[in-house]
Design a protein. Structure first.
Length: 146
């Protein structure tokens, strides 16, 4: 065994332990701040951006309005390749594509408009709270005096 092994290990221990302890302390602080932010958002009645699902109803409507016409045209093209060109295939494909495009656009615009109205309402209600917050125990009630 080398006589330098103990001093080298003695130097390496703080090099490993100190950054690990500091990293764990920082992670705990980040968790506490995220918790405080989440609790404040719940208290105010808002959701945090990371809590919202990526597939919101408006995005689903946009995806339907985009994917169905593409799928309809691809299917019509594949049918035309195998059966030959037929007006009925392309006519129905165009009808399906247009109807899904219109319906998806209308539904998506309603969802986007509803989301904007909800955010505006939340902002206005945060600026002007409807009910004053107070501590119920701060008032002297006749029945509690005995």
């Amino acid at each position: 065994m080398s006589p330098l092994l103990i001093p080298v290990l003695g130097i390496l221990v703080p090099i490993v332990i100190v950054p690990t302890a500091l990293g764990l302390k920082h992670a705990r602080l980040v968790r506490e701040l995220e918790h405080a932010e989440r609790m404040k958002a719940l208290e105010v009645g808002r959701t945090l951006p990371q809590d919202e699902p990526w597939w919101s109803p408006a995005k689903v409507c946009v995806a339907i309005g985009a994917a169905v016409p593409i799928g309809s045209m691809v299917t019509a093209w594949m049918a035309s390749e195998s059966l030959g060109y037929k007006d009925e295939i392309w006519g129905m494909s165009t009808a399906v594509a247009l109807s899904s495009l219109v319906c998806g656009s209308v539904l998506a615009s309603k969802h986007f408009r509803h989301k904007a109205e909800a955010e505006a309402l939340a902002a206005s209600s945060a600026a002007y709270p409807a009910k004053a917050r107070h501590d119920a125990d701060a008032f002297d009630v006749v029945g509690t005096r005995g």
